[in-house]
Design a binder for this molecule. Structure first.
Ligand code: TXA
Ligand code: MG
Length: 308
């Protein structure tokens, strides 16, 4: 159910959960001031309680208020990438950020969304807590219709059209005097080099006892269809690129041109969802693309979507 901006503000202030557009993916939003609404987010999504949520704010000064300490480089990152698809994890005052948001961790994740409608909403109602607006494990929602397909036609959605980036924010975490990427996302690792003076490394999530980004441990972004990432086509259903030739007998789902990784990112989840709408059982994914920049995020999402 599409709702107006005024209705969206009112519902958040009343302690309801609604879906909201951001420039990355749609979010399932509750006001930071309503802990029971935040609990409802976990229930609605079927999200494990040990997977913390991102707090979306309108100003970097809000983060300064909640943080117990700001790591070196925080200001430079915030100035360069906010508003935008960067999430920064910082240690917080655990007396003011409730434990359900943090999943009991001593840190919280923050970002200022680039989508103007979303920022305006936060200016009206204060900080909002949002995970991606999809059932846990499914591809994120990049259009209002994806949210309705997961949560039902009556679920309240503030419709902001299709999301600009189509991939979640990149998440940075400060440890051992360095920023590390704990989730690849819409900003590529290379983009941080001019700001930080080094290329942040991608943290490994091998130690399941000490997750630094709990969400990375779960299966994600997955359609019902089985995705094959083998070197050569093993299905006559293909997920591929508009500027490449495939066998004429194949049914091809086009992500967009290889020359435009931003376009591929924007379309990726919609195509994964389309497979299920068309009841495709198995599809082969053309993984022959560059191994740098945004392509690394695209490859990581496809690998997660294909994993069992
Ligand atoms: O682009 C995005 O980031 C979208 C939009 C709606 O803002 N949100 C999003 O939220 O992708 P979600 O909940 O689907 O993913 C958040 C990720 C999870 O993997 C979670 O484990 C991690 O952020 N996270 C949240 N708080 C954290 C913390 N304190 N420390 C480490 N990781 C954290
Ligand atoms: Mg998510």
């Amino acid at each position: 159910m599409r709702i107006s901006f005024g209705d969206a503000c009112q519902r958040l202030l009343n302690g309801e959960v609604i879906a909201v557009p951001t420039e990355t993916v749609y979010g399932l939003a509750a006001s930071l001031k309503h802990p029971t609404a935040i609990d409802r987010i976990f229930a609605i999504k079927g999200r494990p309680s040990n997977n913390p949520l991102i707090i979306h704010v309108a100003n970097a000064s809000d983060v300064t208020f909640y943080a117990s300490k700001l790591p070196n480089g925080f200001e430079a990152l915030a100035e360069s990438f906010w508003p935008g698809p960067l999430t920064i994890v910082v240690p917080v005052d655990t007396n003011i950020i409730s434990s359900n948001i943090r999943a009991g961790l001593p840190t919280a994740a923050f970002r200022i969304p680039g989508n103007p409608l979303c920022r305006q909403l936060i200016q009206e109602v204060g900080p909002i807590v949002m995970p991606s607006a999809n059932l846990s494990g499914k591809p994120s929602a990049t259009q209002a219709i994806h949210v309705e397909s997961d949560f039902g036609i009556d679920f309240p959605v503030l419709d902001g059209g299709a999301c600009q980036h189509g991939l979640e924010s990149t998440i940075l975490y400060y440890t051992d005097d360095r920023w590390q990427i704990i989730r690849l996302g819409a900003i590529s690792a290379e983009a941080f080099k001019p700001i930080l003076g080094y290329l942040p490394e991608f943290a490994s999530h091998k130690d399941e006892k000490m997750p630094i980004c709990p969400g990375q441990l779960y299966r994600h972004y997955a359609p019902k269809a089985k995705l094959l990432l083998t070197a050569t086509p093993e299905s006559n259903v293909i997920i591929g690129f508009s500027d490449r030739q495939y066998p004429s007998t194949a049914k091809v789902f086009l992500l967009g041109p290889l020359s435009n990784p931003e376009k591929i990112a924007e379309n990726l989840y919609a195509i994964l969802r389309q497979l299920d709408l068309e009841e495709i059982e198995t599809a082969w994914v053309d993984m022959d693309f560059p191994k740098s920049g945004l392509w690394l995020t695209i490859a990581e999402r496809l690998r997660k979507a294909a994993s069992k």
